[in-house]
Write a protein that binds this ligand. Structure first.
Ligand code: SF4
Length: 727
């Protein structure tokens, strides 16, 4: 403290001065920016418009972009404080290379030369497929498109996937099987026009909070919420279905059974636009209400009520998120959701849609352009015509394009354990918090010859293990586009420079291509992200996700545009897909799919009597890399907790706020605060997954959906003990 301050002569005038802002009235003068930069929120897939306030070259404020059609002048707590992420103390600023066991600062030239040499060395020694790449849903679409080309055509490996497999892969697989292509069919405005909204495994109040305003605006709706936990969203429901964990597929089959039995189906839609009805009808005989009641724990009355509400709706919307996807039956459950929509013709109409609410801000972008589960433009690896077309567009031999996708994320980790993956490049994700069954992950990473982590933050639990850290620009520091859950493309703009020597991911990819000697071939004449966008537009032309009519200029003028948007398409002409009942399958018909329910893989046991559910809280984002450095969010939710029903706690002699350990067959999480609440049913416990120091993924299991490879995060058998560790 200065002597002036000690004597009371310094009254910190600058700190306490206030002034009038046009938008908010009187506020701290320090909070009034020189100018505002419009952009799109970099957290979740709702895709809210946001403005970053910049003062003296630094981001000092965030506010809603009032002209944006998604959020209509509102932001959730994460969006309102997003500018803090740009100044977090753990921003990655310089390339770091591990030398004699320590990460030391090196030049970009040394970093990228080393990356290329080390990747090439392992590939020459063991084959091209020993290089794995794990990307993210956090980059801009232009970067996903650029990265996909670099990985597949530059490095020649198809063992490339994203952290999106940990959240949305089952929605993707389910859509592909039911409709012939990925792509959410509906739009947010459907939430305002549906007379029945059925949310299953979707706690939007915590995870997609701005969507709640669409529910509030729809006064005539009946809201049905199915969730084993009385989540904040369940508390909003007109009809709450407290089903047993992972019994959702049985419920959906049971509802389909009743819809058919009571003729609540749309026969014309079924006859004209679907296949498989007769098989489905026979298959559903195994799901009468009495059996479904037994499996789900719901009364038959509730099941009938739900079926009749849904079946009699003029326009019914079904939304889902991780409660459905995080399962070994995720894809099958998505198919069962799509069955309900198809049986009743609730698709392609205002208010009527089966709708996966996506996770990350640009998970959709990587699905469309990313070359992970499918080739750019939802082209299929296994389709010769698609490979030929892409090869022609790129001026390469068709043989350069793989005939099947490479390893999915969990299989890349398993392959590292088996030493079939020897080098790994992790981009903008933090598996040391997010991957299930951390023991397996640590084993896999410790086997690698070379680990590169490219991130906007360092240290993170994952960058600390890296051999090479590449510092990247984040949201607010670079340009491009994001696509939200309703296929709405929004511009992302640069407000401030990245810290230190950090580069945008786009610049990093181009510089690596330069080192590899393939920049001119892969990216001819490219200088800016708009060059990447323009090539992506032409590659997407004629596809379901057609961007050819979207330009940066149009985005500047019109704000946002939903795809498909062929050249010449009018603004806002693509609110929903499949309006003509034609689906991108060989015969143009959607598939009604038979999928049997089965019990979840790890059932409770006398040694591990609780079913552990994991999830999120509104204050934090995924692995906490961004939000735990935001003071207000961290103060609101600084620690993990375990929710337990008071009856279970009484039996165990535990009380609220006790510290407990959670133990599974795979590990132990220590010293977690116990919260006693009726939100959770007896026999179940819930814990959020954002916290590295008490990481719930120490106890989750290695069980994956056989089609999508998405992890079954949500049910594993645990016991709970009073902790001997204090915090
Ligand atoms: S709802 Fe999602 S997109 Fe909107 S402000 Fe919150 S985190 Fe950002």
């Amino acid at each position: 403290m200065s002597w002036k301050r000690k004597l009371g002569l310094d009254i910190l005038e600058n700190d306490y001065a206030f002034a009038r802002s046009e938008s908010t009235g009187y506020v701290s003068a320090k909070k009034i920016p020189d100018y505002w930069v419009p952009t799109t929120c970099g957290y979740c897939s709702v895709g809210c418009g946001i403005e970053i306030g910049v003062k003296n070259g630094s981001a000092i404020a965030s506010r809603p972009l009032t002209s944006h059609p998604v959020n209509r002048g509102k932001l959730c707590p994460k969006g309102l404080s997003e500018h803090y992420t740009l100044q977090a103390p753990n921003r990655a600023k310089y390339p770091l290379l591990r030398k004699r066991g320590k990460l030391v600062r090196v030049s970009w030239d040394e970093a990228l030369t080393t990356l290329v040499e080390r990747f090439r060395n392992v590939q020459e020694k063991y084959g091209p497929g020993v290089l794995g790449v794990i990307s993210t849903g956090q980059l801009v679409t232009e970067e996903f498109y650029t990265l996909g080309k670099l990985v597949q055509l530059g490095f020649g490996t198809n063992n490339y996937d994203g952290n999106t497999t940990l959240c949305m892969a089952s929605a993707v697989s389910g859509y592909k099987i039911s409709f012939g292509s990925d792509g959410p069919p509906g739009a947010y405005e459907d939430l305002e026009h549906a007379d029945v909204i059925f949310l299953i495994g979707a706690n939007i109040a915590d995870n997609h909070p701005i969507l709640c305003q669409y529910l509030e605006a729809n006064r005539k709706k009946k809201l049905i919420v199915a969730d084993p936990r009385v989540s904040k969203t369940a508390m909003m429901a007109d009809l709450y279905l407290p089903l047993k964990p992972r019994s959702d597929l049985a419920l959906l089959n049971g509802l389909a059974y009743l819809l058919i039995r009571y003729n609540l189906v749309d026969r014309a839609f079924i006859d004209n636009h679907t296949t498989g009805f007769a098989e489905l009808q026979t298959f559903l005989e195994a799901y009468p209400p009495e059996r479904v009641s037994e499996i789900t724990g719901l009364s038959e009355e509730l099941i009938y009520k739900t079926a009749f509400l849904y079946g009699r709706a003029k326009a019914a919307f079904i939304g889902w998120t991780m409660g459905v996807n995080h399962s070994t039956l995720g894809t099958a459950t998505v198919n069962a959701i799509c069955n309900l929509a198809l049986l009743t013709g609730n698709i392609g109409r205002l208010g009527a849609s089966p709708f996966s609410i996506t996770g990350q801000c640009n998970a959709m972008g990587t699905r469309e352009a990313g070359f992970t589960a499918s080739m750019p433009g939802y082209r299929k690896f296994e389709c010769e015509e698609d490979r030929k077309e892409l090869a022609r567009l790129w001026g390469i031999e068709e043989s350069q394009i793989p005939k099947k996708r490479g390893l999915a994320y969990p299989d890349i980790i398993e392959a590292a354990v088996a030493k079939r993956i020897r080098a790994l490049w992790i981009i903008a994700t933090n598996p040391l918090v997010s991957f299930p069954n951390q023991q397996v992950l640590r084993h896999g990473l410790s086997n690698l010859d070379f680990l590169v982590v490219q991130d906007g933050f360092h240290p993170t639990p994952t960058t600390e293990l890296a051999d090479l850290v590449l510092p990247a620009a984040i949201w607010g520091e670079k340009e491009g586009t994001y696509t939200n859950s309703e296929r709405r493309v929004s511009k992302v703009n640069k407000a401030v420079d990245p810290p230190g020597e950090a580069w945008s991911d786009f610049e990093i990819f181009l510089a690596i291509a330069q080192k590899l000697g393939c920049r001119d071939k892969l990216y001819p004449g490219w200088r800016t992200v708009e060059d990447a966008f323009n090539e992506w537009r032409s590659v997407s032309r004629g596809r379901l996700c057609d961007y050819s009519g979207i330009t940066y200029q149009r985005l500047e003028q019109e704000g946002t545009i939903q795809w498909p948007c062929p050249e010449g398409a009018a603004p806002n002409s693509s609110a929903r897909l499949y309006t003509d009942g034609h689906f991108p399958t060989p015969d143009g018909r959607a598939r009604l799919v038979c999928s049997h329910w089965e019990p979840f893989p790890e059932q409770p046991h006398p040694d591990f009597p609780f079913v552990l559910n994991t999830g999120r809280t509104v204050e934090h984002w995924h692995t906490g890399t961004k939000t735990r450095g935001v003071p207000i969010l961290e103060k609101l939710s600084p620690n993990a907790w375990l929710e337990m029903n008071p009856r279970d706690a009484k039996r165990l002699g535990l009380r609220s706020h006790d510290l407990v350990d959670i133990i599974s067959r795979r590990g132990r999480v220590q010293a977690v605060e116990l919260r006693l609440t009726e939100i959770i049913a007896p026999g179940q416990v819930f814990m959020p997954f954002h916290y590295f120091e008490t990481n719930v993924n120490e106890v989750t299991q290695s069980a994956f959906d056989p089609i999508s490879r998405e992890p079954n995060y949500k049910q594993c058998a645990v016991r709970v003990e009073r902790s001997e560790v204090s915090r």
